[in-house]
Design a protein around this ligand. Structure first.
Ligand SMILES: N[C@@H](CCC(=O)N[C@@H](CS)C(=O)NCC(=O)O)C(=O)O
Length: 271
């Protein structure tokens, strides 16, 4: 779904400006990069009709000129360094997806879809599905440790953990696929119940890490080209390719193109 109000090169305010503001919803991003937790939160806010102000998320590592940790100020402000950080009005910053989702649900437009089901059984299903995608040892967690590097190390990379990751990723994909089969039998296109929930939005966004996503959905920028290639390569890993069904792809495309902002607005320099 295209949003005519947002230019494809949006403005980003500084982290300090975002922290100082006392009105509005500010979320940190790296321009031109589809960091998936940030993309998912952006999509959640899009569905909930929450206008967002984009702020710059400092990159990991040390500033070459000053020798200082680039994330020192972020840590000082939020006691953590994860991307995205979400500020709303004068409230404490939120850095974990469960809290970010709860906030978006609360401040969203009353006419927007309820992403957290009222029905508690459905709620259990929704949070359970989200957890195997977003939480510790879930899809994203295991994707990050496929290769050795600063991010992989932060999430417990070891040769053994990395070797076990593709099978865990495949298990999550199969779980989602099985669920889509059961839901289709009940006449539903969604992962939980009969309507859209946060599970659809989170899954459709996070599963980009095991898909070759076309530019109509995810534009190619100078900074995300390598990441897009890496995600496409993940989709071809034998254990993963085997379980990526057409059903998975159709649901992913349907949710992104119907409910989320496509093409994604990333900022940065388009290729
Ligand atoms: N903290 C978030 C997850 C966000 C996350 O893991 N972001 C990664 C990038 S994929 C990150 O910024 N990691 C570096 C850090 O936490 O310092 C949550 O649990 O909901």
């Amino acid at each position: 779904m295209k949003n005519e109000n947002i230019p494809s090169s949006p403005d980003f305010i500084s982290l300090d400006e975002a922290a100082e503001m006392t009105k509005g919803t500010r979320i940190t991003f790296i321009p031109g990069v589809q960091a998936l937790y940030a993309e998912a939160l952006k999509n959640i806010c899009f569905v909930k009709n929450v206008p967002i102000i984009r702020a710059l998320h400092p990159s990991m590592g040390v500033d070459k000129q000053t020798g200082e940790d680039r994330q020192a100020r972020l840590y000082e402000l939020t006691s953590q360094t994860g991307l995205p950080t979400m500020f709303h009005d004068g409230e404490r910053p939120r850095n974990v997806w469960t809290e970010q989702l709860a906030l978006a649900e609360k401040i969203g437009s009353p006419s927007s879809p309820a992403l957290i089901p009222e029905n508690f059984e459905h709620r259990v299903e929704m949070f359970g599905l989200c957890a195997v995608v977003l939480a510790e040892d879930g899809l994203l967690w295991n994707m990050r440790i496929l290769s050795d590097g600063p991010l992989g190390r932060k999430y417990g990379y070891s040769d053994e953990a990395s070797a076990a990751a593709p099978a865990k990723i495949a298990e999550v994909i199969t779980l989602i696929d099985t669920r889509l089969i059961r839901q289709a039998e009940r006449g539903s296109r969604y992962l939980v119940g009969d309507s859209l929930t946060a599970a659809d939005i989170y899954w459709a966004t996070m599963s980009m890490c095991v898909m070759a996503t076309p530019p109509e959905i995810m534009p190619v920028t100078k900074r995300n080209k390598g990441m897009l290639e890496l995600f496409a390569a993940n989709s071809k890993m034998p254990g993963i390719a085997k379980v990526l069904s057409k059903r998975i792809e159709d649901h992913h495309r349907h949710i992104l193109t119907t409910y989320c902002e496509t093409p994604a607005v990333l900022g940065g320099d388009l290729v």
